[in-house]
Write a protein that binds this ligand. Sequence first.
Ligand code: G3P
Length: 219
Amino acid sequence: MKFFLDTADIKEIREAQETGLLDGITTNPSHVAKSGRNFIELVKEICELVPGPVSAEVTAEGKDEMLRQGRFLADLAPNVVVKVPLTQEGIKAVKVFSEEGIKTNVTLCFSSVQALLAAKVGATYISPFVGRVDDIGSEGMKTIFEIRKIYDNYGFTTQILTASTRSALHIQQAALAGSDVSTMPMALFKKLVNNPLTDIGLKLFDTDWNKIPEEYRTY
Ligand code: G3P
């Protein structure tokens, strides 16, 4: 499963890149607002920094303006993926983008039937939000399992990009469900390596190692 970072923060992107685990970036209007940066300059900078796919979202509501914005974004760098909301107009725009060879990430997906529509118009990625569904008392991860089944039933190649992840359990469950990608905030990306038993085990090994006479353990 590929790991994307859900951020528009350059410092976080650099830090995640050093781990060797980073495969791509997803941004959204909220992340861009938080960065305080010029949107286009920011997208260009992220695309230069990260060789993998970088999602940049259109903000228009109508198909024609979505197409104009998306084409503009796609021209910025070869690794731009145009992020489009899962609306009627968004679906129409994705159909055109697919015909033009422009990569898309269909966002704000909350059901497997919505994901089916995105695949039918050739979306590159579908982004079901799991955390926001959990937040309202439903089971967000169920959608990921359903989408995997539906896509496999019909041989759709749209990649499932599990989004709105909040915990290591989400990442584990997404991998078990066969999600192609998980995008996550930096705080979660950093947490994935942690396990208290690793820390306890390491401390014990260190203590035991120091019991060995120094001349026996120098190499
Ligand atoms: O970028 C889309 C998604 O990952 C947002 O997550 O935490 O705002 O629900 P969140």
